[in-house]
Design a protein around this ligand. Structure first.
Ligand code: ADP
Ligand code: ADP
Ligand code: MG
Length: 682
């Protein structure tokens, strides 16, 4: 086995490869761009070397820098992961020339499969079935148009060098062909530096079924069954599972044999995937071969109990495959969901931002979480926006599906748009639940997936209210010198004060709901919460791990609520809602600040001072609680700055307009002359 390998990748796959390496006693060297200097894959590695600026072209795609790093670190081999340089034949060759083992197939095999057109020509020779189409070298527009007309519409124009769902155009009518071809070529040239295209018959409602193959350098080859990756958006996989629902032994053997024929035709060694497109009747056709480890390989690992990265390392060391085909079997069913930073409602537009809060379910033998990030990390615009992969295993497909549903509900993300809710809805659709799979599933279920969310239940607002009251209470007790928030006692208002909270529901689509109001008053057992049409009896305590144990009308359950400035994110019953907490008095503060401090809006009595004078506070942080007109209200920091002094003491009566807090704003560049270094006065 290797002593030391370099992992030429980042994120979850770099972390995942390290896990196997550690188990096998192989030392790992990570590489990182400037944007990843403190990333999880760097923190986990035995050694890490910087390879350049954030853009992939200047770091993770710089083969020479990576090879130099491998030599400097004394690594014997390079694992490319997926994406980046994993299917770059020149990089594989350069590794070999530098005396490093490239953990992947021979450069010749990568090259043979690198062009979809050339690969199809090869497959034709090897008698692997192909989708009817044209993949010839003559790229004259008339020739391509004629080919499309002959095939019959709809057709698909594909970039030969394409990948990741890019560079494809569906054409439904002959009249649209020329324009689609031109636009496909532009995208192909821009994304892949190669204009060549092929034409295929566009299959309606097909399935994507792929075969995982493995070959060693001793002439052995086998397949590790199939994966169904039909559930896609923008021709990209969202859910993957193994085995493929409805697959029978005869068809599996046939597809396995075709995949192995494809691999043999290019002298394949290592892990690879042969992708087939499958018609409703069961006829299957070669689409492409991915000459690397696939994003969705964990579902195969879950049903076979094997570690594919371990096999890759063994094969790259020159060992024979550890098992024979007849020693392999399928155990149970596994489903993977890709959790992305993206906005499903805006055509899955990738999102960026900080993972302010990240809570994952507990991993187990039947639940695997592959992530490359932790709470506090950032999803940057430089790389793929995948946050994590969640993989559930069960004795049956339904057991795996239910486990995945639960795990998705237990997954909590705050700080950026993500597809968690979309995934939950997706695996709950009748089509997915009944395994009625094909690549149009997301379109077919559009209404269920994108329909407007039901009105936010009062319960969710009650949890947000409890969290806000709890925070103020905690701050009040802290101010009084006691440590509390994590104690398990229930918090209460100072009876009989009444407090009114205003919420705006966020992220509910274009038709925004009107603001919601809840009036909270203390009772002997907790609170009474009054909503527009209902009243709830509520109480709450905080458990050891910081979650809330909430009781609403005698029903007790666990929930989580995260406050981020004026935002409050509530997680309960597997659902997630976002609110903006509008504090009318805080708004007054914003206006009052111009006059030098935070002022009282109405006459009242000071209940608590929440921070020590001289403390730096962030915008929205509560500073003081005032009881006025039987309502308790927090006065919050109007902006980031320093709470210089309180002009009042607890218990004091104050008059309307009195300056309660002396507050110093952080200097705003260009506004606050003299206070920031060297900034000229406006
Ligand atoms: P798969 O069938 O494994 O999903 P894809 O062709 O969609 O294969 O690509 C696999 C992954 O590789 C993508 O999800 C993406 O994360 C990554 N990837 C591909 N190309 C690049 C690239 N140029 N830069 C960064 N990541 C890439
Ligand atoms: P990529 O290299 O981007 O992965 P593929 O050739 O593997 O490109 O195709 C990606 C996806 O596009 C497939 O999984 C399938 O959903 C769809 N697709 C590809 N070819 C066809 C076709 N001929 N008819 C219908 N859909 C297709
Ligand atoms: Mg593909």
């Amino acid at each position: 086995m290797f002593r030391k390998i370099l992992i030429a990748n980042r994120g979850e796959i770099a972390c995942r490869i390290q896990r196997t390496a550690k188990r096998l006693g192989v030392e790992t060297v990570a590489v990182y761009s400037d944007a990843d200097a403190n990333a999880l894959h760097v923190r986990l590695a035995d050694e890490a070397l910087g390879i350049g600026p954030a853009p992939a072209k200047e770091s993770y795609l710089r083969g020479a820098a990576i090879i130099a790093a491998a030599r400097r670190a004394g690594a014997q081999a390079v694992h490319p992961g997926y994406g980046f340089l994993s299917e770059n034949a020149e990089f594989a060759e350069q590794c070999t020339q530098a005396g490093l083992v490239f953990i992947g197939p021979p450069a010749t095999a990568i090259r043979a499969m690198g062009s979809k057109s050339a690969a199809k020509a090869l497959m034709h020779k090897a008698s692997v079935p192909l989708v009817p189409g044209y993949h010839g070298p003559d790229q004259a527009p008339e020739v391509l148009q004629q080919a499309a007309d002959d095939i019959g519409y709809p057709v698909l124009i594909k970039a030969s060098a394409g990948g990741g769902g890019k560079g494809m155009r569906r054409v439904d009518r002959a009249a649209d062909f020329a324009a689609a071809l031109a636009s496909c070529r532009r995208e192909a040239a821009a994304s892949f530096g190669n204009e060549q295209v092929l034409i295929e018959k566009y299959l309606l409602q097909p399935r994507h079924i792929e075969i995982q193959i493995f070959a060693d350098s001793h002439g052995n080859a086998l397949h590790l069954f199939e994966r169904d990756c039909s559930v896609q958006r923008r021709h990209q996989k969202v859910l993957e599972e193994a085995p493929a629902p409805g697959m029978d032994a005869a068809r599996r053997a046939k597809m396995g044999a075709a995949a192995l024929a494809a691999a043999r035709a290019v002298g394949y060694v290592g892990a690879g995937t042969v992708e087939f497109i499958v018609e409703p009747g069961g006829s299957f056709y070669f689409m492409e071969m991915n000459t690397r480890l696939q994003v969705e390989h964990p579902v195969t690992e879950m049903i076979t109990g094997l570690d594919l990265v371990e096999w890759q390392l063994r094969v790259a060391c020159g060992e024979a495959l550890p098992l024979r085909q007849d020693q392999l079997s399928i155990h149970g069913h596994a489903i993977e969901a890709r959790i992305y930073a993206e906005d499903p409602a805006r055509d899955f537009l990738p999102a960026t931002g900080r993972l302010v809060h990240l809570l994952t379910p507990l991993p187990s033998a039947s639940l695997r979480i592959d992530a490359g990030v932790e709470q506090g990390d950032e999803i940057t615009p430089y790389y793929d926006p995948m946050i994590a992969k969640l993989v559930a295993w069960g004795e049956t497909r339904e057991a795996a599906r239910v486990r995945l549903a639960q795990a998705l509900q237990d997954f909590q993300i705050v700080g950026l748009s993500n597809n968690l809710q979309f995934l939950s809805r997706l695996i709950a659709t009748p089509a997915f639940a009944s395994a009625d799979l094909d690549t149009t599933l997301i379109e077919r279920e559009h209404a269920r997936l994108f329909g407007s969310a039901p009105a936010v239940p009062d319960e969710m607002l009650a949890i947000a209210a409890l969290r806000i009251i709890g925070q103020d209470y905690q701050a009040a007790r802290r101010g009084a010198g006691a440590a509390v928030w994590r104690s398990s006692d229930s918090w209460r208002l100072n009876a009989p004060a009444e407090r009114r909270l205003y919420f705006r529901v966020l992220g509910q689509g274009p038709a925004e709901e009107p603001d919601r109001v809840v009036t909270v008053s203390a009772t002997a057992a907790g609170f009474q919460m009054q909503f527009a049409g209902a009243t709830l009896q509520a109480s709450c305590s905080v458990t050891e791990n910081g979650t809330l144990r909430v009781t609403l009308n005698k029903r007790t359950f666990d929930a989580n609520a995260v406050i981020q400035g004026a935002r409050c994110e509530v997680f309960a019953h597997g659902e997630h809602f976002s609110f903006e907490h509008a504090d009318p008095l805080a708004h007054v503060g914003v206006e009052a600040i111009a006059a030098g401090g935070v002022r009282a809006l109405m006459p009242g009595r000071v209940v608590a001072l929440l921070v020590r004078p001289g403390t730096r506070v962030a915008k929205g942080e509560p500073l003081l609680i005032l009881e006025a007109m039987k309502m308790e209200q927090s006065l919050c920091a109007p902006a980031d700055g320093e709470c210089v002094a309180f002009n009042v003491a607890v218990g004091e009566q104050v008059t309307e307009g009195a300056e309660l807090i002396e507050f110093k704003l952080d200097p705003v560049p260009g506004l606050d002359a003299g206070s920031s270094s060297g900034a000229p006065a406006a």
